[in-house]
Unconditional design. Structure first.
Length: 135
């Protein structure tokens, strides 16, 4: 249990780092193209998908997502000097909702690992195919 708790803590810290980096980069725009927003969203999604794929643990992904969203929330507040990293603009709002949506989507995605076991059965044990022979 201690190992699992430490892995969740590590996932939360890594999620927090990704959340901060993507939040700082989200406002980078190349002409009209929101490059920072797209790269940040891809990076956060890649982290969460990798955690889900490698660990098979929704809770580790949820911990990373909570760390990500918590730090996004914290650095989105007005700082002591009055500065704001995520201004109340369309791009800032899209980033907040996109990050939350990515976390929810990856955590809620169904576990499809049992389908691999079904498709890995030898052909002799599968039920015969019913249908016309096509030559």
């Amino acid at each position: 249990m201690l190992t699992r708790g430490l892995s969740w803590l590590a996932a939360a810290l890594v999620g927090a780092v990704y959340g901060v980096a993507a939040t700082i980069a989200h406002s980078f725009v190349l002409g009209w193209f929101p490059l920072g927003l797209i790269v940040g969203a891809i990076a956060c999604a890649a982290l969460l998908i990798a955690l889900r794929s490698l660990t098979g643990d929704r809770w580790a992904v949820l911990a990373a997502g909570i760390g990500m969203m918590a730090l996004i929330f914290v650095i989105s507040q007005r700082g002591p000097g009055g500065s704001v990293i995520v201004p109340d603009t369309l791009l800032g709002n899209i980033w907040m909702y996109a990050a939350a949506g990515i976390v929810v989507l990856v955590v809620a995605w169904p576990d499809l690992s049992h389908l691999r076991n079904i498709s890995a059965k030898p052909a002799a044990t599968r039920s015969p195919q019913v249908g016309p022979d096509v030559d």
